[in-house]
Ligand binder design. Sequence first.
Ligand code: GLN
Length: 483
Amino acid sequence: MSKGANELTLAEAARALRARELTVRELWDACAAAAHAKNGELNAYLELFEADGAAIDAAQKRIDEEGAAAPALCGIPLAVKDNLLIEGRVASAGSRMLENYRATYDATVIKKLKDAGALFLGRANMDEFAMGSSTEHSAFGRTLNPRDTSRVPGGSSGGSAAAVAADMAIAALGSDTGGSIRQPAALTGLVGLKPTYGAVSRSGLIAMGSSLDQIGPLAKSVGDARLLFEALRGLDPLDSTTIPEDLYPARPVPKKLRIGVPMNLLASGLDPDLKAVFDATLGKLAGAGHTVIDIGLPASEHALAAYYVVMPAEVSTNLARLDGMRYGRAARGATLLDDYVLSRTEGFGEETRRRILLGTFVLSSGYIDAYYRKAEAARVSLRYAYDGLFDRDDAAKIDVVAFPTTASPAFKFGEKSDPLSMYLEDVFTVTANLTGMPALSVPMGTVAREGKDLPVGMHFTAPHGAENVLFAAAGEVEKLAAS
Ligand code: GLN
């Protein structure tokens, strides 16, 4: 049986559109039909948009007229995480606070995609303000993992991941502050990329932790993730932290990669079945001629602790603007103070409040030296540790660092109701956000649980600006996993 149009990869769909095997309207209809049919159960989307006939016709015309020269994204239906602004649409960030907030402008990534002719299927569910690893913190209900609906799809971009994994979109946009693209990609069998900090504009992304946040793709293949990254990246006058594409020295991709694995971090705590898949994948990489090198990364042991100080500090600062005065939920009490307290109490969920309190605490004058400044110091030492591995010319030089994206496959709903156990889900992913390095998760295989095959991901980190090396390494795993 041939694939339905909604099951195609982005690259396959782009080819089929140009070969006139498929029209933009047919592709939209196939994705929209699957989205409508499955969303009642999965809750991947908080809102499904009506077909935009003018945009569909314009994309078709462009493909007809420009053929191969039309942007790859032209006519491709995408899911968009609910913290990215689309002019005139609600952007709630999974929160009651912004339930009725309508964006007054397009995020830069949305503008770029519109200019490329991409189409938007709807707003994808997420943990409130991108805080969480399961979508259980969404104010609008959890999203189910299409690979096993008794389990979480990961988070916070769990809606985006479920939409793509269930073929309710060709690909999706997510945001990643501590793993929110890569972890849901791993748990649903997708490729997820967190670009180099500054590679993609954050203008129009509802901020979580501004020094950590990056927007990136969730996609069905490494090639698709690359196509999206190329479409999203670039300097933006609206985001002064964006970087020119040639800021970092070019890193040509070596034929044989030197892959560093911090075995010290993997010695305990990993699910044994997942560890077996990871070891087998390393074995295959070595068999294909790549070199696997055991590296020590002692600085990484402090990454999670540093993240859970820096991130809430930035969260508490970013969310201070949601005070019931400017925009968002506005409750009115007897006094001005009541207005603030009521608006924020009604608007924010429990996890959001927990992080605001934590962030306010670590920034308070009595504790900023003990916590926030220490965490920033740990962050610098992490960056040095990684730079020291990548930038050397002796036998210890490596091209990428590899470890599993998560310590276990998708977990059951309610299994991590203790906040600390949920935070531990991020142990491998946060380092790339703290250092600003690009990182990616690629499916490496599955582990069996209760008769279901649950996907697990391999995580690669590369030097700043070296997404090309990441794509090469992930491409190898993709090829070897299929063989
Ligand atoms: N799970 C992490 C957290 O809860 C990461 C979130 C994210 O990347 N947005 O903070």
